[in-house]
Design a protein around this ligand. Structure first.
Ligand SMILES: Nc1ncnc2c1ncn2[C@@H]1O[C@H](COP(=O)(O)OP(=O)(O)O)[C@@H](O)[C@H]1O
Ligand SMILES: [Mg+2]
Length: 309
């Protein structure tokens, strides 16, 4: 296995707060690696350091064998970036944007033209290539930005929340393009705050929280860790005893929230069955019963709690 990205203690401090705190990880050639975390966790700051936009305050990273601090230009030739905020010029056409990008990477004119044609075809924008980008929908614009990032045929692609704010169709299209690119050999590093997206797309996921990497694993393994404890919200038409509730099969904890009970369940199926039986036995009618899917934040909390017993 070859490491395409090796981050070692990457750190960035803004004023008195540490946005990225000694983050270390490796991404292997051919992987889709997801960098998952809530807003403000440090995803963009990490991506910016990796792609040479801002220097780290401590630590470093090697991209395709080049240290980002000593050989930033060499590193940049091997990767493409879809940044968090659009880098397309809205008063230029898609074609002009691509040709400009080709020039930035020093592509010969003929090659830039050939690549632009191929890429616009790939992202479904060939017919709109002579239209100014300001007329594009958000999804079209994002597809253009993706094609711009690929103009020099990079072997590594960084994407910072590439589907954020996009409609379902554009999201699907981008994700499927990323899958195709990966199948053709492109290594992909993408940030997202969407657990489901990471789960569907990524071979491995690193979870960042408050600037710190709290877990790194295959999504299924992370999900198992997250889904081990289930929560069920139930309400009855009359008062029931919390102590009795806490004692029923499959239930490991009980909290009162307003007129509802939050049940912590080791086994969701057992807990629901015994809740129904409990209602019958106590002459209480179940008014509502919901299983609560853990939010990303809860997942993070549990993961961090598990890291530090
Ligand atoms: N240029 C900056 N100056 C000061 N603080 C910043 C700057 N960029 C990011 N931050 C702060 O660093 C933290 C991480 O931000 P960011 O990397 O953008 O998170 P994410 O991309 O995960 O939402 C946040 O608290 C943010 O406010
Ligand atoms: Mg961000």
């Amino acid at each position: 296995m070859t490491s395409v990205i090796q981050a070692l203690n990457l750190t960035k401090v803004f004023g008195s707060s540490t946005a990225v705190d000694h983050v270390s990880f490796d991404v292997q050639k051919g992987e889709i690696f997801g960098f998952l975390g809530p807003n403000g966790a440090g995803k963009t700051t990490t991506t910016r350091m990796l792609t040479g936009v801002i220097p780290p305050d401590a630590g470093t990273a090697t991209i395709l064998g080049h240290d980002i601090r000593s050989e930033p230009v060499l590193a940049k030739q091997g990767f493409g970036v879809v940044p968090e905020t659009s880098n397309a010029y809205t008063d230029l056409t898609a074609w002009q944007n691509l040709m400009l990008m080709g020039e930035l990477y020093g592509l010969e004119h003929a090659r830039a033209e050939r690549r632009s044609n191929d890429l616009l075809g790939m992202v479904g924008l060939l017919e709109r290539k002579d239209q100014k980008v300001q007329a594009y929908s958000k999804g079209m614009k994002q597809r253009l930005i993706l094609s711009m990032a690929l103009i020099h045929e990079p072997e590594l692609l960084f994407l910072d929340e590439p589907t954020s704010g996009l409609d379902v169709q554009s999201t699907q299209m981008i994700l499927s393009l990323l899958r195709d690119l990966n199948e053709q050999g492109t290594t992909i590093f993408l940030t997202t705050h969407n657990m489901e997206e990471a789960n569907r797309l990524c071979h491995r996921v690193g979870i960042i929280r408050s600037g710190m990497l709290v877990a790194i694993d295959a999504p299924e393994k992370l999900k198992t860790a997250i889904d081990r404890v289930h929560r069920i919200e139930v309400s009855f038409d009359r008062e029931v005893s919390g102590d009795l509730l806490a004692g029923i099969a499959g239930v490991s904890g009980v909290n009162r929230t307003g007129d509802k009970w939050q049940i912590i369940a080791e086994n969701q199926d057992t807990a629901i069955r015994s809740l129904v039986a409990f209602g019958k036995q106590n002459g209480a009618v179940i008014v509502s019963l919901n299983t609560l899917v853990p939010s990303l934040d809860e997942a993070f909390l549990r993961l961090t709690q598990e890291e530090k017993p």
